[in-house]
Design a protein around this ligand. Sequence first.
Ligand SMILES: [Cu+2]
Length: 133
Amino acid sequence: MNAVFTINGKAYADVPPLHVKKGDKVLVTMNNVGSSDHPMHLHGHFFQILSKAGKPLTGAPLMKDTLNVKPGETYVVAFAADNPGDWMFHCHDLHHAAAGMVSEVKYGGINRLCLIRPSAISRNSHTKQKLPE
Ligand SMILES: [Cu+2]
């Protein structure tokens, strides 16, 4: 079965990123409308769980970078945009991530003039590959 796993109805790379600015306090609602658990993982930040099913959490602040959201559950979490870069925000069931359940947190003002060119070059080959101009 070739299931597609989505965020807001879209699969990566069609999932719109969360655009943030350094210093923002970002609220994210995670609502699992599917039938599988989705351990949602944010790179580069920790988020505080504010509420589950509309009920505020009590006690000491609960800070996590991964939260398992079960079918039907809704959490509101918050994080401080304090680590500029482009960060993945994805389901940590990597089968789900590979099938599209990936978003990104992107900061404005980041230099995106980077280029990497992965390729498959045999380690046994002594042939140098000329990069295109
Ligand atoms: Cu998942």
